[in-house]
Design a protein around this ligand. Sequence first.
Ligand SMILES: Nc1ncnc2c1ncn2[C@@H]1O[C@H](COP(=O)(O)OP(=O)(O)OP(=O)(O)O)[C@@H](O)[C@H]1O
Ligand SMILES: [Mg+2]
Length: 221
Amino acid sequence: MPARARAAVASLAPGVSAPWIAQAASKGTRVFGDVGWDDTGAWDLAALPDLRHCEAFLPNAEEAMRYTGADCPRAAAHALTEYVPVAVVTLGADGAYAVDRRTGETAEVPAIEVEALDPTGAGDVFVAGFVTGTLADWPLADRLAFAGLTAALSVQEFGGSLSAPGWAEIAGWWRRVQSVEGQSQAALRRYGFLAGLVPEELVRPWPLRRAVPTIGFRRSA
Ligand SMILES: Nc1ncnc2c1ncn2[C@@H]1O[C@H](COP(=O)(O)OP(=O)(O)OP(=O)(O)O)[C@@H](O)[C@H]1O
Ligand SMILES: [Mg+2]
């Protein structure tokens, strides 16, 4: 029996059913489904039986198009809402697009331009950011913007989960972008929900120094 939790992320894989997912959902845990490349090549949503326990499904554009047969990521997101209430399709450096079948809302948010050093884990960090915003009851577009910001900050650093930003980094980014000369006011407004969210005492000078994970840096002799 899984521990009680408000939310859980399930890594869905073709032909695999994980009993904890149905159990968690039946106890009121909100399940967010992630997915990866289908090595079987079948790309059949019926092979993801636990998708029906998910509140949201977050494939990348290529995965979403293959699973639905749609020829663009936005059409794929709409098609996915036949299977899951909220479909979020990530578009790499182009951002993300989402549809909420329950409210009829759609949202698209561009990615934040960053120097991408290592995209490992961008998808995972994006999901974590989306879960955070969902539990806080934010509007869909704010949830996408927040997820995209956390993912963008993570690709600037080496590593997967270790490169996920904390509140101090989000606070530092928010303060810095407001001081950039010629900054588009419309773009700033998109992240206006961050004001009041990030405590002043957390703001430290940008860029923050981070511990660099040593994993993966070993050279063979
Ligand atoms: N180069 C980038 N610059 C800015 N943001 C990025 C970049 N790459 C990814 N992101 C952010 O991360 C999100 C997820 O990226 P992507 O669509 O590549 O997912 P993915 O293919 O599932 O990644 P993963 O390889 O981690 O599984 C994007 O929607 C975007 O918000
Ligand atoms: Mg992924």
